[in-house]
Design a protein around this ligand. Sequence first.
Ligand SMILES: Nc1nc2c(ncn2[C@@H]2O[C@H](COP(=O)(O)O[C@H]3[C@@H](O)[C@H](n4cnc5c(=O)[nH]c(N)nc54)O[C@@H]3COP(=O)(O)O)[C@@H](O)[C@H]2O)c(=O)[nH]1
Length: 624
Amino acid sequence: MDADVKKDEKVHGSYRPSIQRLTHIADLLCIVLLVIGGRAVALGGELDILLSTLGVVAALVGRYLIQRERTELAVPLLLGVMMVLVSVSMVVNQGLFSGALLSYPCLLIAAGMLASRRVFLGLLVSMLGMVALITWISLNGMHTYVAVPHGPGRMLVVSSLLVLGAVAIWLLANDLHHARENLDHEIFQLENSQASLNYLAQHDPLTDLPNRSLIEERVGNAINRARQSGKMVALLFLDLDHFKIINDSLGHIAGDQLLREIASRLKKVVRGGDSVSRQGGDEFLIVLAEVDSVDAMTAVLLRIQTLVAQPLTLQDMELVVSLSIGISVYPQDGDDFGTLLKKADTAMYQAKSAGRNAYRLFSDEMSADTYARLGMEQDLRQALVRNEFELHYQPIVDMRDGRVVAVEALLRWRHPERGMVGPDAFIQVAEQSGLIVEMGIWVLQQACQQMVIWQGEGLPEVLISVNLSAVQMHRGDLEQSVRDALQRTGLKASLLELELTESMLLHDSEASILLLQRLKQLGVKLAIDDFGTGYSNLSYLQRFQVDRLKIDRSFVQSIISNEQNRAIVTAIIQMAHSLELETTAEGIEDEATRQLLAALGCDCGQGYLFSRPVSASKFMAQVR
Ligand SMILES: Nc1nc2c(ncn2[C@@H]2O[C@H](COP(=O)(O)O[C@H]3[C@@H](O)[C@H](n4cnc5c(=O)[nH]c(N)nc54)O[C@@H]3COP(=O)(O)O)[C@@H](O)[C@H]2O)c(=O)[nH]1
């Protein structure tokens, strides 16, 4: 198929004939008219010479218009002129005996494929009118139509018309067939991407267990059934003891292997109606539906602990691992997933504090844990006043040439006693207390300021990327904070990128949609952070006018060893590109991963391979 046809199909999404194809048809028409005209010259038919000449002129004008891409004029003109010429020839010559009558169905087929419905109906009505007119002329004796005996001349005219019609229809039908095949292929690819994303939206790629969104649904269903049966539902929050040590000492691959092994053991423990899911990191959830008694629940807990305690081999080392488990129960601890999860989490912390390898049922006294959080909140407030926060910066590079194209600002707390504290240790408390709003304003201001300083020192224009918390979107005036940061520092809005997480977009209330639209109007860019871990959905990417997807490092880091993750990353990159979004792979730690991602067409990369997050001065020194 020629390039023009392909291009037109892509632009319009459905078949539209190419300029080249229409030019071919106009050329063919000229040739046929010249043949008919030539025959008329030979036989001395003056009217046929005139009609053929007019036809050739119309075909040339039509061809000229087609070349200038004025097909909306050219097509009706050609169809109309041909209709008139054929009709005049029929009225004057053999009426309904004329071979020219063959042109009518050909013209109708061409009009049906190429012209608007109005032109098609106009032609049909005119043709019916002509048939009626010829009949009327004959009945009134104004002209006697006689069929001319068959001969080579008549055969030439009829055959030329048949060939013209057949070739034009064959070419158009062929194009249509190719366009249909292309469309089917694109739909197939899109459906495949959507199917992968739908699966991804409900499953944890590492363990293949249901993820949090699916388990939330199952807890809701179990509670509804328990309401009717009068039974209990238990939510178990399980956390692997000392996982970080295993992960850090044996490496991520061994860590992943351990998580998969634990997932498979947990699946063996539960009954058909129960569910196991991975909450993230080394945390799992188990829902025990239709529990009759606390004793029945305790029996399951003992089975879990026994099975998990079976030795396992990781990198030729035999290990024994254990779990800390927190339990909350419907109906006494709550009647919705959120409340049960929070209480099971609190109970799990108690099990950890009790020395690990233990389980605890939630009790109200456990809320004492909340005091610890309050202490942290107090410390965070002071940290803001004492200016103990600072930003570290991690470069994001172009995968094709390694150029730094953006930099992510990451918050750190220079604690007077504990030294440098990472955000994982305090962001949650900052969010729960609402302090994140004030901290977020500081981060925005500081990041924009730093970028302006770097530009003054000669850093080329690169994006500065800032993480946002859901709390900042719902409390506080995020739009004003962004506006203030840009105005006070003088940073160009197009150089600021805001990183949102999928869960922030999930509850796409009218207010969030409007807020993101206003942020886009300011000129800032939007990226979805940790993409793939949440509720991956095509529709919100389009609705929120996102510019970039940052593929979560859990997929990236195992992309070489894990075929399923490779397929997911491939699907994300293809889908992002079909929506004209850029992709950044997070957590690239080795050259082989970088090369594979570059080969898959990933636009940008971030990770320890290029640089860890570093202070502002170190970042500038690295870039120089
Ligand atoms: N609301 C806000 N959240 C913030 C802010 N600053 C940080 N954060 C969030 O805290 C999470 C942890 O961040 P951090 O400890 O800074 O970790 C970042 C990188 O160090 C880490 N990373 C980067 N490359 C690699 C790698 O190759 N391997 C590896 N194991 N880790 C790597 O990833 C973190 C950056 O992740 P992301 O934000 O998803 O791009 C984190 O969720 C932050 O978002 C803040 O100001 N506000």
